[in-house]
Design a protein around this ligand. Structure first.
Ligand code: NAD
Ligand code: WQD
Length: 342
C-alpha cells in the first residue's frame, strides 16, 4: 500500500512544492489549509503538475474537531506541518495572533497524532532560531539565541513541544527541519511564492521590481562586516527544500531515525550577499534592476548560513539547483503571474 502524508499548510509556498515532490516520489498526499495566506490555485497547480487529483480539505488546523474529521477520513502515518503565520514584523504587532495560530495548530496536530496512534511529525522550523550566531556556518549543535520576535519564538517553542512529546509518547517520532532562506519556484511556473501586499523577503521584492510593480528595491545596508558590505544569507531553492522533506519522510517511514527527535539544517551551505543575488538576477534574466542602498533594517543579522553536513550524510540529501537556475525560475513564475510576455 502507498504511504499517505498529511500536509498542513499544503496550499502555501513550500507546502505546494513539497506536495509535488512527495507525489513524484510515490506518496499519496492530503492537503489541509484554511487559505489564510494562499490560493486554491496552488492546489490546482499541484494537480496539474502531477496529474493527480490531490484531496484538499479546507480546514483551520486550530479547529480540533474539524481536524479530527480529517484524521478519521484519511489513513496517513506522517504529517508535515507547514501551517503557520510567518511574517516576522507582523508578529511583533500581533503577538497573540501568532502564538495562537502557530502553537494551537501545532499542538492540535501533535495531540491527534498521539490519540490516533500515527507516528511521524515533520515540523517546519527556521534558521531564525540561531539568531546572530557567533560561529559560522551554524550546525544543529549551535546554541539557539533568545528569539527576537514572537514568530521566532513560536518556532523555538514548537521545536521544544515536539522534542518533549517525542520523549514522552512512545508512538511519536519527530523531525524539525530548519530552513534557511527558501527562494524560487517550480520550473513549470505553475506554482511559486505569492506574497500578499508588499513583500518582506528579498527575492519576491526583486521579481516584483523587475515586473514594474515596485519602483525600486531598497538594499538594506552596505556597511556590514562582510565582503561587499551587504548581508550574507543561505538561499535554498524551494524544489531542493521540498526534496529534503521527501528524504526526511523516507527516513521516518523506513524506520531509519537514530533518535526519536532529530533536527536538520536545510540550506546550501553557501553564503550569498544581497548585491551578489541582485547582480546574478540581472545577468541570468538579462535585465536591469532599479535598486538603491538604504540604511540597515532593524533586526537583520549580518550573516547566517548552514553547515549541511548532517543533512547530506543522514538524509542523503543535497541542494542541487544553482542560484542561476533558481533566479531564472523565480522570474519565470513572476512573469506568468503578471502575464508578462518575453
Ligand atoms: P505560506 O504562508 O505560503 O504557507 C503556510 C500555509 O499555511 C498557507 O497556505 C496558510 O494559508 C496556511 N495556514 C496558516 N495557518 C493555518 C491554519 N491555522 N490552518 C490551516 N492552514 C493554515 O508559508 P511558507 O513560506 O510556505 O512557509 C511554510 C512553513 O515554513 C511555515 O511554518 C513557515 O513558518 C516555515 N518557514 C518558512 C520560511 C520562508 O522564508 N518561507 C523560512 C523558514 C520557515
Ligand atoms: C534577506 C536579505 C535583508 C528585503 C526572513 C525571516 C526568517 C525566515 C526567512 C521564516 C537580508 C535583505 C530584504 C529587501 C533587502 N523566515 N533585503 N531588501 O530576513 O534573512 O529571513 O525570511 O522563518 O525568519 O526573518 O530574509 O528575504 O527578508 O532578507 O536588502 O527589500 O535581504 O536585509 O539581508 P531574512 P529576507
Amino acid at each position: 500500500m502507498r504511504e499517505c502524508v498529511l500536509i498542513s499548510g499544503g496550499a502555501g509556498y513550500i507546502g505546494s512544492h513539497t506536495a509535488v515532490e512527495l507525489i513524484e516520489a510515490g506518496y499519496d498526499v492530503v492537503i489541509v489549509d484554511n487559505l489564510s495566506n494562499s490560493e486554491i490555485a496552488a492546489v490546482e497547480g499541484v494537480r496539474q503538475i502531477t496529474g493527480v487529483d490531490v484531496p484538499f480539505e479546507l480546514v483551520n488546523t486550530c479547529d480540533i474537531e474539524a481536524l479530527k474529521k480529517v484524521f478519521d477520513k484519511y489513513k496517513f502515518n506522517s504529517v508535515i506541518h507547514f501551517a503557520a503565520y510567518k511574517a516576522v514584523g507582523e508578529s511583533m504587532e500581533k503577538p497573540l495572533m501568532y502564538y495562537q495560530n502557530n502553537l494551537t495548530s501545532f499542538m492540535n496536530i501533535c495531540q491527534l497524532m498521539v490519540v490516533y496512534n500515527r507516528p511521524n511529525i515533520l515540523f517546519s522550523s527556521s534558521a531564525t532560531v540561531y539568531g546572530d550566531a557567533e560561529h559560522l556556518p551554524v550546525t544543529e549543535q549551535t546554541e539557539r539565541q533568545p528569539a527576537t520576535s514572537p514568530y521566532g519564538n513560536t518556532k523555538q517553542m514548537a521545536e521544544d513541544i515536539l522534542r518533549d512529546s517525542c520523549r514522552a509518547y512512545p508512538v511519536l517520532h519527530g523531525v524539525a527541519l530548519r530552513y534557511f532562506n527558501p527562494v524560487g519556484a517550480h520550473p513549470s511556473a505553475l506554482i511559486g511564492e505569492l506574497p500578499r501586499g508588499v513583500p518582506n523577503n528579498l527575492l519576491p521584492f526583486v521579481t516584483q521590481t523587475a515586473a514594474g510593480i515596485r519602483e525600486c528595491l531598497s538594499v538594506f545596508g552596505n556597511d556590514y562586516d562582510t565582503p561587499d558590505g551587504t548581508c550574507l544569507r543561505d538561499y535554498i531553492d524551494v524544489v531542493d527544500l521540498a526534496k529534503a522533506h521527501v528524504a526526511t519522510i523516507n527516513r521516518m517511514t523506513q524506520g531509519k531515525m537514530r533518535q526519536d527527535y532529530e533536527i536538520f539544517n536545510v540550506g546550501t551551505g553557501c553564503p550569498v550577499s544581497v548585491l551578489e543575488l541582485v547582480t546574478k538576477f540581472e545577468k541570468v534574466n538579462n535585465l536591469k534592476l532599479n535598486y538603491k542602498i538604504v540604511g540597515r533594517r532593524p533586526g537583520d543579522v549580518p550573516a547566517v548560513w548552514a553547515d549541511v553536513k548532517l543533512a547530506n550524510e543522514e538524509l542523503g540529501w543535497k541542494a542541487e539547483r544553482t542560484l542561476e537556475e533558481t533566479l531564472a525560475a523565480a522570474w519565470k513564475w513572476e512573469k506568468r503571474v503578471r502575464n508578462i510576455k518575453d
